[in-house]
Design a protein around this ligand. Structure first.
Ligand code: ATP
Ligand code: RIB
Length: 304
Protein backbone atom coordinates (compact mmCIF):
# COMPACT_ATOMS: atom_id res chain seq x y z
CA UNK A 1 0.00 0.00 0.00
CA UNK A 2 1.21 3.52 -0.79
CA UNK A 3 2.56 5.48 2.18
CA UNK A 4 1.38 8.99 3.07
CA UNK A 5 3.81 11.85 2.62
CA UNK A 6 2.90 15.38 3.64
CA UNK A 7 4.89 18.09 1.88
CA UNK A 8 4.59 21.63 3.20
CA UNK A 9 6.32 24.34 1.20
CA UNK A 10 6.53 26.65 -1.79
CA UNK A 11 4.93 26.63 -5.22
CA UNK A 12 6.39 28.81 -7.98
CA UNK A 13 6.00 29.34 -11.68
CA UNK A 14 9.46 29.10 -13.24
CA UNK A 15 10.17 31.55 -16.09
CA UNK A 16 13.20 30.01 -17.75
CA UNK A 17 15.61 31.31 -20.40
CA UNK A 18 18.24 28.94 -21.81
CA UNK A 19 21.21 30.84 -23.15
CA UNK A 20 24.92 30.49 -23.93
CA UNK A 21 26.24 32.19 -20.80
CA UNK A 22 25.10 34.15 -17.75
CA UNK A 23 25.04 37.94 -18.37
CA UNK A 24 27.57 40.17 -16.58
CA UNK A 25 26.02 43.18 -14.76
CA UNK A 26 24.88 45.58 -17.49
CA UNK A 27 25.24 42.98 -20.30
CA UNK A 28 22.36 41.93 -22.58
CA UNK A 29 22.67 38.37 -23.86
CA UNK A 30 20.66 37.79 -27.05
CA UNK A 31 19.50 34.49 -28.52
CA UNK A 32 17.84 32.90 -25.50
CA UNK A 33 14.99 30.39 -25.59
CA UNK A 34 12.09 30.98 -23.20
CA UNK A 35 9.90 28.37 -21.46
CA UNK A 36 7.51 28.32 -18.52
CA UNK A 37 7.55 25.42 -16.05
CA UNK A 38 5.85 24.51 -12.82
CA UNK A 39 8.37 24.83 -9.98
CA UNK A 40 9.00 25.76 -6.37
CA UNK A 41 10.92 23.51 -4.00
CA UNK A 42 7.88 22.29 -2.08
CA UNK A 43 5.83 21.65 -5.20
CA UNK A 44 8.71 19.91 -6.97
CA UNK A 45 9.27 17.59 -4.00
CA UNK A 46 5.54 16.84 -3.77
CA UNK A 47 5.40 15.96 -7.47
CA UNK A 48 8.53 13.81 -7.17
CA UNK A 49 7.11 11.88 -4.21
CA UNK A 50 3.82 11.36 -6.04
CA UNK A 51 5.35 10.22 -9.36
CA UNK A 52 7.71 7.90 -7.49
CA UNK A 53 5.01 6.07 -5.59
CA UNK A 54 3.61 7.84 -2.50
CA UNK A 55 0.19 9.18 -1.61
CA UNK A 56 1.02 12.88 -1.35
CA UNK A 57 -0.73 15.82 0.29
CA UNK A 58 0.74 19.23 -0.49
CA UNK A 59 0.15 22.27 1.73
CA UNK A 60 1.10 25.62 0.21
CA UNK A 61 -0.12 29.13 -0.57
CA UNK A 62 -0.62 30.51 -4.09
CA UNK A 63 -2.12 33.74 -5.40
CA UNK A 64 -5.61 34.23 -6.80
CA UNK A 65 -4.18 34.33 -10.33
CA UNK A 66 -3.63 32.23 -13.45
CA UNK A 67 -0.26 30.88 -12.24
CA UNK A 68 -1.86 29.73 -8.99
CA UNK A 69 -4.80 28.06 -10.75
CA UNK A 70 -2.45 26.35 -13.24
CA UNK A 71 -0.34 25.06 -10.36
CA UNK A 72 -3.31 23.53 -8.52
CA UNK A 73 -4.60 22.04 -11.75
CA UNK A 74 -1.18 20.45 -12.28
CA UNK A 75 -1.13 18.93 -8.76
CA UNK A 76 -4.65 17.56 -9.26
CA UNK A 77 -3.52 15.87 -12.49
CA UNK A 78 -0.60 14.30 -10.56
CA UNK A 79 -3.09 12.82 -8.06
CA UNK A 80 -1.77 15.01 -5.23
CA UNK A 81 -4.28 16.02 -2.53
CA UNK A 82 -4.74 19.80 -2.84
CA UNK A 83 -7.49 20.38 -0.25
CA UNK A 84 -5.17 22.61 1.79
CA UNK A 85 -3.53 24.75 -0.83
CA UNK A 86 -4.54 28.17 0.41
CA UNK A 87 -5.42 30.97 -2.02
CA UNK A 88 -3.97 34.32 -1.01
CA UNK A 89 -6.05 37.33 -2.04
CA UNK A 90 -3.24 39.87 -1.62
CA UNK A 91 -0.04 38.33 -2.96
CA UNK A 92 0.68 36.77 -6.37
CA UNK A 93 1.79 33.19 -6.88
CA UNK A 94 5.55 32.83 -6.39
CA UNK A 95 7.71 33.25 -9.47
CA UNK A 96 11.28 32.14 -10.14
CA UNK A 97 13.29 33.81 -12.89
CA UNK A 98 15.82 31.23 -14.03
CA UNK A 99 18.71 31.46 -16.49
CA UNK A 100 20.33 28.25 -17.70
CA UNK A 101 23.73 28.32 -19.41
CA UNK A 102 25.09 25.88 -21.99
CA UNK A 103 26.50 23.64 -19.23
CA UNK A 104 23.06 23.19 -17.65
CA UNK A 105 23.98 25.38 -14.66
CA UNK A 106 21.43 27.89 -13.40
CA UNK A 107 21.03 31.20 -11.64
CA UNK A 108 17.68 31.76 -9.93
CA UNK A 109 15.90 34.80 -8.49
CA UNK A 110 12.69 34.04 -6.57
CA UNK A 111 9.84 36.49 -5.95
CA UNK A 112 8.09 34.48 -3.20
CA UNK A 113 4.75 36.33 -3.21
CA UNK A 114 2.09 34.13 -1.61
CA UNK A 115 4.71 31.63 -0.36
CA UNK A 116 5.79 34.25 2.16
CA UNK A 117 2.26 34.33 3.59
CA UNK A 118 2.10 30.62 4.53
CA UNK A 119 1.61 31.06 8.27
CA UNK A 120 1.45 29.25 11.61
CA UNK A 121 -2.32 29.78 11.44
CA UNK A 122 -2.41 27.85 8.15
CA UNK A 123 -0.56 25.00 9.84
CA UNK A 124 -2.94 25.05 12.83
CA UNK A 125 -5.68 24.32 10.28
CA UNK A 126 -3.95 21.16 9.06
CA UNK A 127 -3.07 19.37 12.30
CA UNK A 128 -5.24 16.43 11.21
CA UNK A 129 -3.13 16.06 8.04
CA UNK A 130 0.04 15.90 10.11
CA UNK A 131 -1.62 13.31 12.37
CA UNK A 132 -2.56 11.20 9.34
CA UNK A 133 0.82 11.14 7.60
CA UNK A 134 3.83 8.83 7.78
CA UNK A 135 6.48 11.40 6.83
CA UNK A 136 6.63 15.19 6.80
CA UNK A 137 8.92 16.76 4.18
CA UNK A 138 9.82 20.47 4.46
CA UNK A 139 12.19 23.00 2.88
CA UNK A 140 13.04 26.65 3.63
CA UNK A 141 11.28 28.49 0.77
CA UNK A 142 8.38 29.53 3.06
CA UNK A 143 8.76 31.57 6.28
CA UNK A 144 11.16 30.07 8.80
CA UNK A 145 8.68 30.65 11.61
CA UNK A 146 6.18 28.42 9.76
CA UNK A 147 8.73 25.69 9.05
CA UNK A 148 9.81 25.75 12.70
CA UNK A 149 6.20 25.37 13.80
CA UNK A 150 5.66 22.45 11.40
CA UNK A 151 8.75 20.67 12.69
CA UNK A 152 7.74 21.17 16.34
CA UNK A 153 4.22 19.94 15.63
CA UNK A 154 5.36 16.90 13.64
CA UNK A 155 7.82 16.02 16.40
CA UNK A 156 5.07 16.27 19.03
CA UNK A 157 2.96 13.90 16.91
CA UNK A 158 5.91 11.44 16.56
CA UNK A 159 6.18 11.83 12.79
CA UNK A 160 9.33 11.23 10.78
CA UNK A 161 10.67 14.63 9.60
CA UNK A 162 12.90 15.31 6.60
CA UNK A 163 14.29 18.84 6.30
CA UNK A 164 15.81 19.89 2.99
CA UNK A 165 17.40 23.15 4.22
CA UNK A 166 17.12 24.98 0.90
CA UNK A 167 17.54 27.84 0.31
CA UNK A 168 19.72 27.82 3.41
CA UNK A 169 19.44 30.25 6.29
CA UNK A 170 21.03 29.98 9.72
CA UNK A 171 18.82 27.73 11.87
CA UNK A 172 18.25 27.47 15.59
CA UNK A 173 20.32 24.42 16.50
CA UNK A 174 17.58 23.33 18.97
CA UNK A 175 15.54 22.31 15.94
CA UNK A 176 18.12 19.76 14.82
CA UNK A 177 17.24 17.18 17.46
CA UNK A 178 13.72 16.95 15.96
CA UNK A 179 15.03 15.94 12.54
CA UNK A 180 15.20 12.35 11.35
CA UNK A 181 16.96 13.37 8.15
CA UNK A 182 18.64 16.58 6.96
CA UNK A 183 19.64 16.88 3.29
CA UNK A 184 21.82 19.96 2.64
CA UNK A 185 24.02 20.38 -0.44
CA UNK A 186 27.59 21.68 -0.07
CA UNK A 187 26.76 25.40 -0.04
CA UNK A 188 23.83 24.91 2.35
CA UNK A 189 26.12 22.99 4.72
CA UNK A 190 28.49 25.98 4.68
CA UNK A 191 25.68 28.39 5.58
CA UNK A 192 24.22 26.13 8.29
CA UNK A 193 27.48 25.15 9.98
CA UNK A 194 30.12 27.54 8.65
CA UNK A 195 32.02 24.45 7.42
CA UNK A 196 33.23 24.07 3.85
CA UNK A 197 32.63 20.68 2.25
CA UNK A 198 35.29 19.98 -0.39
CA UNK A 199 35.96 16.25 -0.13
CA UNK A 200 34.77 13.12 1.70
CA UNK A 201 36.75 13.96 4.85
CA UNK A 202 35.18 17.41 5.18
CA UNK A 203 31.73 15.97 4.31
CA UNK A 204 32.14 13.43 7.10
CA UNK A 205 33.24 16.13 9.56
CA UNK A 206 30.29 18.35 8.67
CA UNK A 207 27.87 15.42 8.91
CA UNK A 208 29.27 14.65 12.37
CA UNK A 209 28.47 18.20 13.50
CA UNK A 210 24.84 17.69 12.44
CA UNK A 211 24.77 14.36 14.30
CA UNK A 212 26.31 15.94 17.41
CA UNK A 213 23.54 18.55 17.33
CA UNK A 214 20.90 15.81 17.33
CA UNK A 215 20.01 15.10 13.68
CA UNK A 216 19.60 11.33 13.33
CA UNK A 217 20.68 10.86 9.70
CA UNK A 218 22.62 13.21 7.42
CA UNK A 219 22.65 13.20 3.62
CA UNK A 220 24.92 15.81 2.03
CA UNK A 221 24.21 15.99 -1.69
CA UNK A 222 27.33 16.57 -3.75
CA UNK A 223 25.96 17.30 -7.25
CA UNK A 224 27.61 15.18 -9.93
CA UNK A 225 29.64 13.37 -7.25
CA UNK A 226 26.48 11.87 -5.70
CA UNK A 227 25.39 11.86 -2.06
CA UNK A 228 27.28 11.37 1.20
CA UNK A 229 25.46 9.57 4.03
CA UNK A 230 26.29 9.40 7.72
CA UNK A 231 24.50 8.32 10.89
CA UNK A 232 25.72 6.85 14.19
CA UNK A 233 26.31 3.45 12.56
CA UNK A 234 27.71 3.97 9.07
CA UNK A 235 28.99 6.47 6.55
CA UNK A 236 29.62 6.26 2.80
CA UNK A 237 29.34 8.01 -0.56
CA UNK A 238 26.81 6.79 -3.11
CA UNK A 239 28.30 8.00 -6.40
CA UNK A 240 26.02 9.82 -8.85
CA UNK A 241 24.76 8.11 -11.99
CA UNK A 242 26.64 9.40 -15.05
CA UNK A 243 24.34 11.22 -17.42
CA UNK A 244 24.15 14.06 -19.92
CA UNK A 245 23.39 17.34 -18.14
CA UNK A 246 20.71 19.50 -19.72
CA UNK A 247 19.38 21.40 -16.66
CA UNK A 248 20.11 20.74 -12.99
CA UNK A 249 17.11 22.77 -11.75
CA UNK A 250 15.12 20.59 -9.37
CA UNK A 251 17.77 17.85 -9.02
CA UNK A 252 17.85 18.35 -5.27
CA UNK A 253 14.05 18.40 -5.11
CA UNK A 254 13.76 15.18 -7.09
CA UNK A 255 16.36 13.61 -4.80
CA UNK A 256 14.40 14.66 -1.69
CA UNK A 257 11.02 13.50 -2.98
CA UNK A 258 12.55 10.17 -3.92
CA UNK A 259 14.28 9.82 -0.57
CA UNK A 260 11.01 10.43 1.28
CA UNK A 261 9.31 7.72 -0.78
CA UNK A 262 12.12 5.21 -0.28
CA UNK A 263 12.28 5.81 3.47
CA UNK A 264 8.49 5.60 3.79
CA UNK A 265 8.65 2.19 2.10
CA UNK A 266 11.27 0.96 4.57
CA UNK A 267 14.09 0.60 2.02
CA UNK A 268 17.60 0.23 3.47
CA UNK A 269 19.71 3.40 3.47
CA UNK A 270 21.85 2.20 0.56
CA UNK A 271 18.80 1.29 -1.53
CA UNK A 272 17.05 4.55 -0.63
CA UNK A 273 20.06 6.64 -1.66
CA UNK A 274 20.54 4.62 -4.83
CA UNK A 275 16.86 5.17 -5.72
CA UNK A 276 17.20 8.93 -5.04
CA UNK A 277 20.42 9.24 -7.08
CA UNK A 278 18.76 7.52 -10.03
CA UNK A 279 15.70 9.78 -9.87
CA UNK A 280 17.84 12.94 -9.61
CA UNK A 281 20.14 11.84 -12.46
CA UNK A 282 17.16 11.45 -14.77
CA UNK A 283 15.94 14.90 -13.75
CA UNK A 284 19.24 16.61 -14.72
CA UNK A 285 19.07 15.04 -18.17
CA UNK A 286 15.83 16.91 -18.92
CA UNK A 287 14.69 20.54 -19.01
CA UNK A 288 12.66 22.23 -16.27
CA UNK A 289 11.78 21.45 -12.66
CA UNK A 290 8.56 19.41 -12.43
CA UNK A 291 8.75 18.60 -16.15
CA UNK A 292 12.02 16.74 -15.57
CA UNK A 293 10.92 14.54 -12.64
CA UNK A 294 10.75 10.84 -13.55
CA UNK A 295 8.00 8.31 -12.88
CA UNK A 296 8.67 5.17 -10.84
CA UNK A 297 8.81 2.87 -13.87
CA UNK A 298 11.67 4.96 -15.31
CA UNK A 299 13.78 4.33 -12.20
CA UNK A 300 12.99 0.65 -12.25
CA UNK A 301 14.09 0.55 -15.90
CA UNK A 302 17.62 1.77 -15.03
CA UNK A 303 19.78 -1.32 -15.03
CA UNK A 304 23.35 -0.69 -13.83
P1 ATP B 1 19.56 21.90 -7.38
O1 ATP B 1 19.63 23.13 -6.52
O2 ATP B 1 20.32 22.02 -8.69
O3 ATP B 1 18.21 21.34 -7.53
P2 ATP B 1 21.03 20.82 -5.21
O4 ATP B 1 22.14 21.82 -5.22
O5 ATP B 1 20.01 20.91 -4.13
O6 ATP B 1 20.34 20.73 -6.62
P3 ATP B 1 22.89 18.75 -5.80
O7 ATP B 1 23.78 18.28 -4.73
O8 ATP B 1 23.48 19.61 -6.87
O9 ATP B 1 21.63 19.38 -5.08
O10 ATP B 1 22.21 17.51 -6.53
C1 ATP B 1 21.29 16.68 -5.89
C2 ATP B 1 21.44 15.27 -6.42
O11 ATP B 1 21.16 15.29 -7.82
C3 ATP B 1 22.85 14.71 -6.31
O12 ATP B 1 23.08 14.15 -5.02
C4 ATP B 1 22.83 13.67 -7.41
O13 ATP B 1 22.13 12.51 -6.99
C5 ATP B 1 21.99 14.36 -8.49
N1 ATP B 1 22.81 15.11 -9.44
C6 ATP B 1 23.09 16.42 -9.43
N2 ATP B 1 23.90 16.77 -10.45
C7 ATP B 1 24.11 15.62 -11.16
C8 ATP B 1 24.85 15.30 -12.35
N3 ATP B 1 25.53 16.23 -13.02
N4 ATP B 1 24.83 14.01 -12.76
C9 ATP B 1 24.14 13.05 -12.09
N5 ATP B 1 23.42 13.31 -10.98
C10 ATP B 1 23.41 14.56 -10.52
O1 RIB C 1 14.86 23.86 -6.51
C1 RIB C 1 14.43 24.35 -7.76
C2 RIB C 1 13.37 25.39 -7.56
O2 RIB C 1 13.93 26.50 -6.90
C3 RIB C 1 12.81 25.95 -8.84
O3 RIB C 1 11.71 25.20 -9.34
C4 RIB C 1 12.45 27.38 -8.49
O4 RIB C 1 11.08 27.61 -8.42
C5 RIB C 1 13.14 27.64 -7.15
O5 RIB C 1 12.24 27.71 -6.14
Amino acid sequence: MKKNILVIGSSNTDLVIQTSHFPEPGETVMGGVFSTFAGGKGANQAVAASRLGAKVTFVARVGNDDFGRQAIDGFDKEGITTSHIFIDENEPTGVASIIINKDGENTIVVAPGANNMLSKTDIEAIVSLVEATDIVLVQLEVPLETVTFVIQLAHKLHKKIILNPAPAVKLDYNLFSYLDIITPNESETKILLGKKVSDLKSASEAAQVFLDKGVKNVVITLGKQGAFFKNDHEEYLIPAIKTEVIDTTGAGDTFNGALAVAISEGKSWRDALDFSNKAAAISVSRLGAQSSIPFRKEIEAIDL
